[in-house]
Structures are given as C-alpha cells and as structure tokens.
Design a protein around this ligand. Structure first.
Ligand code: IVH
Length: 738
C-alpha cells in the first residue's frame, strides 16, 4: 500500500473508531458489534506499525474498547467524598452562620471564624499518600466509590509524587483538577475534532483517559483544599491545614482568607467575584468552612453534605434567545414538565437549546400562591432570557414583551398525558400536573427504570438510560419493571434471539452486562429504597429509613401497617386545605385543628397498630408527613406493590450497617431527648447519638430504650415511667456514649 492510500485508510479508521467510542462511552449507545470494533482496531494498529509516521498519540488504537469506568477499576473511598450545600443570597449566609452557632450552642459573645476560598469549577480528586508517597488517586464517582486514575494523576505536575515536610503517615489530600482558560483555548484550537464545551469538561475528559500519556500531554492543574483519611491530626484549624498542605508541596488557592463573621465572608465573596474574570480559570462561587477543626467534627455531616461548610455561588449567567416551541416531558412520578425548545444561544461558554419552564403556573406567570411573578405569560415565539448556574439545568427567567410582534401563540397546558393519554390532573396544593397512568404510562415506567439504574441507585455498568429505553421496547427480551433486569440472563438463555447476536452487542458486551447485573443482586437497603424512585424519597430520606429499620422486612411491615393511618392523614390534610380555602373566601378564620381532628377520629376507628406504625415513621428524624404519606401511598397501590415484592425476591438486600458502633453502648437503641440539655444543643445531641449507631425518635413509645431527660422534662418523662422505659440525665448519657 502507498503512503497516501494508507493515510486515507488510517483517517477513515480513526473516524470510525472515534465515533464508536463516543457512542459507547459518552452516549451509552453502542452502534457497532464488539467483533467489528476489534477488527477495525486491529487494522488500524497494523497500518500504524507499517507507517509509524501516521500514528497519532491520541489514536483509538491506544484505547481499550471497554467503558472507561470499567477499565479504570474502582476504589472505595476510605472516607466518603461529600458535596456542598449551596447558597445564593447574602441572607442565606447569615442563616448558615446562625445555624452553625445554634447547633453548637454558642453565645453571642463566642467567636466563630470561617475560611473563605474560591470554589474551583473542575472535578474533585482524592490523592492517597502513605509515608509521603503517592500511592493512589481516585475520582469522586458517586462519593463512595470512585475510579482509579492513579497513573494519570502522576502525570500532573501540580500533584507531588513525594511530599516534603513532615506529613502524617497516611494522608488523603482532596482538591480540584482544573484547566486554565489559556490552556483550554489552546487545546481546543490544536485539535479541531475534539472541541470541549468548557474547561471543566476538558479537564474531566483529559483526566479520564485510558492512556496516561494522553493525560500527560494535557495541561491539567490541581488545587488542594481538603482531606479524607488521616492517620493523625496535622492542624487545629482549616486555615493552618491549608498552610500545611502547601508546605507538603501542594498548590493551594492564594485567595483563601480567614473571616470572623458573615459580613467579612460576604466581603471576601465580593472581592473574589471582582477578580473572577482575571483569575484565568473558572470558579463558580466561594466556599466557607468553619475554621476550628474540633468544631467541624462536632458539626459533622448530613447525608451528603457537611454542616460546617457551604458554597456561596455566583449569580447565574444569562442570554436572550427565541422560544421556538414548548414540549412536555413526563417524569418518573408522572409530573408533566414543560421544556422550552430554543434557538441555540451561548450562555457562559455553553450552547443552550433546551431549558426548563417548571410548570404551567410558571408559564402563565404566577407562583404557587397565585401571585404574579412576571407581567405576562410565556408564549411560543417570545424572546426569552435563559440563565444557567453551574451544573444546573438552564431556566427561562424572563420575557421581553416589547419584542412581541403579535404572531406569538399563547400556550395551553395539556390536560391529558401526551405519552399515554391518561388524565393529567393537579391535586390540591400541587403546582405540578401529573399523569394518572402509573406504570401503564411508558414514559413514567421508562423514567422509573432510568432512575433505578442510575448512580446512587443500582448503578449497573452497561445499563444506562439508552439501554433501558431500548430494552423497554424490546419484544423478545423486554425490561418493563426493575425485577425484569434480574431475570434477563435466564430469559436470554431460553430465548432464540440472544443478546450477543444483536446489533451493537457481542459476546463480551452481553457477558459484561450479565456480570454487572449479577454484581448488583446484593444491594444495601438504603440504595434499594432510593432506587424505587418513590416521590419525595431521596438519598437522605432513604438512608434515614435504612438506618431506622435496618432490614427490608422491618420497613415493609411498618409501611403496610401504617397505610390506613397514612390515608386518613392525607384526607385530613385535604379537608384542612378545603377549610382554609372556604374560610378565605368567606373572610373568616379557618378551624384547622377541629377539621383535622374530625377526620382523624371518624369511624371506623383506626387500629392502634396502624396509628403507632404511622407515628413510628413520623418520629424518624429526617422523615416528615410528606415522605411518610408518599411511602404508604406507594405501598398501598396494588400494582406498584406487586412490582416491588417481585423485585425483592430477586435480590439479597443487605441490612443497614450501624455506623461507628465498635464499642458503642447505644448502637441500635432508640433514644428520645426531652427537657433542656445543658452540655450541647438538641441538634448536636441527636447527630452524636446517630453517629454512635442509635436511633433518635421524637416521641416515647414501647420501642423507646432510653429517655434522656434534662430539667423541665414533662409528659415524655411521665409516659416513659408508665412504660417502664429507662430514664437518665444528660451527664449519665454523656458517660454512656463516652
Ligand atoms: S470542600 C466536605 N472546597 O465543589 C467538603 N470543595 O459542590 C469537601 N470544590 O465536590 C469540598 N472548590 O469538587 C471544597 N475550595 C473548595 C472547592 C470545592 C471546588 C468542589 C468539590 C466538591 C464540590 C461540591
């Protein structure tokens, strides 16, 4: 073959393989069989060997034909990688400071310092050092398990392979990998084929390369700002810890400042915002952290975010464009969500052509209380203002009425589901119109399945949104409900049209999928609860429920028992809503508690069992009436319930582990606090008890193990005495938990 011919052939193969890689890894939609992929790759390698001058360092022949996440290997973080709660308004910063002060029970004169530093818009990385040597680097992943990118991290010059100074024996340093504006522009200019949307995508794409040499060729940078596991404390304050990280050889952000109150924090936020455009890298806000590390540890964590830190985001970026159409998407809970189709427009460096319009009231220009939020409704053909804040889905924030020509069309929100034709109704007090089709609505069923396999839920490798959609419509091997996933392999064995013979599948990818499914047959209780996709039951509520009930059987039994009481409470809520509306119309005061009591005490009387099951649910810290009612409503629906039961028979549900219980005398016990606590606030007492594996409840019942009673304890102490529950004072409690 002549060189010219070879060059054309190499170019064609590179294009083919790059497209296949893209479809497989990024779009979750394989378009080529494994065999064809391997053939093309071998042909490319042969040509590159014969004509070395044609070989490109980024060539797909250097890449492994498996999903990067599989190829990288997984690392379970020794300590979870948390995210941060967000704040936008200054008032939220005052609230944050007050919240921290009140949790810690500080007095007005007690000092409380915070650090303020830029929030880098990159991707977080955890670096593990043992005896000062870099031994492991892992991406955040889902916070619990990340990808092993050790070899790639070693190519980043800001990341020391050996630490200087006197670091702890074990030190996990956490920080942000990012790319500067200049390097990002140069990278996009140097390779027309691969244009990244923004520096963050470029940094992520560059770090997650299968070939570390490609990562080496990309100008990645790293700022250290936090730590995970440490064998010994290396500082007493956040500020000193950052100084230590610098001494160990890391880059730390020079704009980090110590602040003494909310006003100083906000001033530093303003100072950083003024410098934002000249920094040379993307930041999307300022992070505040409690400076004293012993206070940080007293404050601890909520399910995914620390109580001692918050991200104060910068205002969103905006642009004007034309609204071409409004389409309705049906979500997993049946919500009809209007989506704006826009003339593409660049907002903060990213092209936006879709944006959310929230709900029908938002389009009409009113809020949930019926007040106007805008002078006019949003019409098809309007000039609209699009804004996006970081990762958040773009939104439409405004309409330019002066640009109207009269050709715009007023939008009528559908009253039937566009996917299944069922009625779409709005319940009293709900801003959202919902499809009543349940699992017969294909859109709801597919969205539920997508949620089921998503990160944080079952997270099944090779079964992403695209595959879920394809399997849903599949005639021979359908997956229409979660349980079907776990019978797929058995059905495949019995089927004629086997998966491995399908377009886009092969022996390897089919086996990989079956293995990945098998690997998730055993699942922690909290993940199962979250995966069910029950309205209002997010990751936080799921772990609260798992911690409280510890096993699936316990949870299911309580929910079943609670159903009649929960239904009665829903009726009472509706009656109260009615009473409110009537009273408002007639200009009189609503008789809320009388209305509520009337419904709750109506015949037939609720059984004691149902009442206490519902009370137990409501007493769980983090679970309110809304969550409890939603759980019971799901369990009460026959079809839904059957689908859940069938799923559970396919699984091995792992009982919830009780955290940090080694040596804990209160692990698994149910504790109630009452009266005034003098050594710490109620919130801190609760958080500490839970960290020791105890369950904290708001009311005394036969299930209560210990009542911790401070001065002024009233009816709870009396009830505990009646039930023979152990009653102790705060000091005894503190001794008990060590
Ligand atoms: S501290 C336990 N500090 O923001 C808290 N995070 O939205 C650990 N980030 O996942 C995070 N700059 O990737 C912290 N100066 C900074 C940061 C920062 C950027 C990222 C980080 C985190 C995300 C949370």
């Amino acid at each position: 073959m002549e060189q010219d011919q070879a060059a054309d052939r190499v170019a064609a193969l590179v294009e083919l393989l790059e497209q296949a890689n893209l479809d497989y890894h990024q779009k979750d939609a394989p378009n080529m069989s494994d065999a064809d992929y391997d053939r093309a790759k071998r042909a490319l390698s042969t040509l590159e060997e014969a004509f070395p001058e044609l070989a490109h360092p980024d060539s797909p022949s250097n890449q492994v034909g498996a999903a990067p996440s599989e190829a990288f290997g997984k690392i379970t973080h020794a300590q979870r990688m948390m995210s941060l709660a967000n704040a936008f308004a200054d008032s939220e910063i005052d609230e944050f400071v007050s919240r921290v002060r009140s949790f810690l029970g500080l007095k007005t004169q007690d000092e409380l310092d915070f650090t303020a530093e830029p929030k880098i818009d990159g991707l977080s990385l955890s670096l593990r050092y043992e005896s000062g040597k870099l031994v492991q680097a892992a991406t955040r992943g889902d916070g619990t398990v990340g990808e092993n990118v050790t070899e790639n991290a070693k190519t980043i010059s800001d990341i020391p392979q050996r630490l200087t100074g006197n670091p702890p024996e074990i030190l996990e340093v956490r920080g942000e990998v990012y790319m500067s504006h200049k390097d990002f522009a140069a990278l996009n200019a140097s390779d027309g084929a691969r244009v990244f949307a923004n520096p963050r995508n470029a940094a992520a794409g560059s770090l997650r390369q299968l070939d570390p040499e490609i990562t080496r060729s990309r100008p990645l940078r790293f700022f250290a700002y936090a730590w995970g596991e440490i064998s010994e404390a290396f500082a007493e304050t956040q500020f000193d810890a950052i100084a230590k990280l610098k001494a160990y050889g890391f880059q730390t952000n020079p704009l980090t400042k110590l602040c003494h109150n909310a006003a100083e924090m906000i001033a530093q936020w303003q100072a950083i915002e003024e410098k934002r455009s000249s920094l040379g890298y993307d930041i999307d806000g300022v992070v505040y952290k409690v400076n004293d590390l012993s206070l940080q540890s007293r404050l601890g964590f909520r399910s995914t975010t620390p109580r001692w830190a918050i991200a104060h985001k910068f205002p969103a970026e905006t642009a004007w464009t034309r609204l071409r159409d409004i389409e309705i998407q049906v979500g997993r809970t049946g919500a009809l969500s209007p989506v704006a189709r826009l003339d593409p427009v660049t907002v903060g460096g990213v092209t936006v052509s879709n944006a959310t319009l929230h709900n029908e009231d938002y389009i009409a220009g009113i809020n949930s209380s019926g007040d106007r939020i805008r002078d006019t409704d949003i019409r098809i053909g309007d000039w609209v203002k699009v804004y996006r804040a970081g990762d958040v889905i773009p939104k439409i924030s405004d309409v330019d009425e002066e640009e109207r020509s009269g050709d715009e069309t007023v939008y009528r929100f559908p009253e039937t589901c566009p996917e299944c034709g069922s009625d779409a109704i709005r319940e009293p007090g709900d801003a959202v119109r919902r499809c009543t089709g349940g699992m017969i609505c294909p859109a709801q069923a597919i969205e539920k399945m997508k949620h089921f396999v998503s990160r944080g839920a079952f997270d099944i490798e090779g079964l992403g949104a695209k595959q879920v959609e394809a399997f849903y419509h599949d005639e021979t091997l359908p997956i229409r409900e979660p349980a079907d996933i776990f019978t797929l392999q058995a059905r495949d064995e019995a089927a004629l049209g086997k998966l491995k013979n399908r377009d886009g599948w092969g022996e390897t990818s089919a086996t990989n999928l079956f293995d990945a499914i098998e690997a998730k047959r055993s699942i922690p209780l909290a993940k199962l609860i979250y995966a069910l996709g029950i309205r209002h039951v997010g990751e936080g509520a799921s772990s609260d429920l798992a911690r409280h009930f510890t096993s699936w059987d316990n949870l299911a039994a309580t929910l079943d028992a609670a159903i009649p009481a929960a239904e009665r409470h829903v009726e009472a809520d509706e009656a109260v809503l009615h009473e409110r509306q009537n009273a408002a119309e007639q200009g009189r005061r609503a008789r809320i508690s009388a209305t509520r009591d009337a419904v709750l005490s109506r015949a037939p009387a609720l059984s004691q069992e149902s009442k206490s099951a519902f009370e137990e649910l409501m007493s769980i810290d983090g679970i309110g009436a809304v969550v409890a009612q939603s759980l019971c409503a799901t369990f009460a629906q026959e079809k839904e319930r059957k689908s859940i039961d069938t799923l559970v028979t396919q699984l091995r549900v792992e009982d919830a582990e009780i955290a940090n219980t080694a040596g804990s005398k209160v692990a698994g016990k149910t504790i109630v606090f009452t009266g005034t606590l003098e050594k710490m606030t109620r919130a801190e007492a609760k958080a500490r008890a839970e960290a020791m594996g105890a369950k904290v409840s708001g009311s005394v019942s036969a299930k209560t193990d210990i009542l911790v009673a401070g001065p002024g304890a009233g009816s709870k102490a009396t009830k505990a005495a009646e039930l023979g529950v152990e009653v102790i004072d705060e000091d005894t409690w503190l001794t008990l938990i060590g």
